[in-house]
Design a protein around this ligand. Structure first.
Ligand code: AMP
Length: 141
């Protein structure tokens, strides 16, 4: 995998405002925050997208995410927040190293803005899609 700005942060070549570190996980403040306290949580493993991440690193992030969210909530004095993880440029990924954004939502206009063009799901479509997904998950286990 190519070196990214986040691998350089992990190696200490580029400075950051670190907020957390353990054997597998690192977290630091986003340099272009959408709101006060906007934090990035990354695996030390250099996976580009979430689907490429090992179970071990994914579990390590999952274990610590709620604690980091609570810290962000406390320090930014917010109760609402978004956790966002983008994969590939079409989905707004700019840095090709897995990262979870924790973004406080202080008010209607602050934090992350989301378009949510909800469609509909028929019973037949849902049955077919769920079966396809279940079988894809089984094939990947
Ligand atoms: P994404 O669009 O999900 O790939 O988000 C990349 C994020 O990385 C953006 O929110 C940037 O502000 C943030 N970012 C880029 N370079 C740095 C850096 N050197 N330190 C902290 N955050 C950064």
């Amino acid at each position: 995998m190519a070196e990214t700005i986040f691998t350089k942060i992990l190696s200490g070549d580029i400075p950051c405002h670190k907020v957390y570190e353990d054997d597998l996980v690192f977290a630091f403040l986003d340099i272009g925050p959408l709101s006060k306290g906007h934090t990035l949580v990354i695996p030390k493993e250099p996976a580009e997208t979430l689907d490429q991440l090992s179970d071990e690193s994914a579990a390590a992030i999952g274990r610590v995410l709620p604690r980091l969210c609570r810290a962000v909530m406390k320090v930014s004095a917010c109760t609402a927040y978004n956790v966002l993880e983008n994969n590939l440029p079409l989905a707004h990924q700019a840095v090709f190293h897995v990262h979870f954004h924790i973004i406080p939502k202080p008010n209607e206009n602050g934090g992350l803005g989301i378009k949510w063009p909800a469609g509909s799901l028929s019973s037949a479509e849902g049955t077919k899609l769920a079966a396809e997904l279940s079988s894809a998950i089984s094939a990947d286990s």
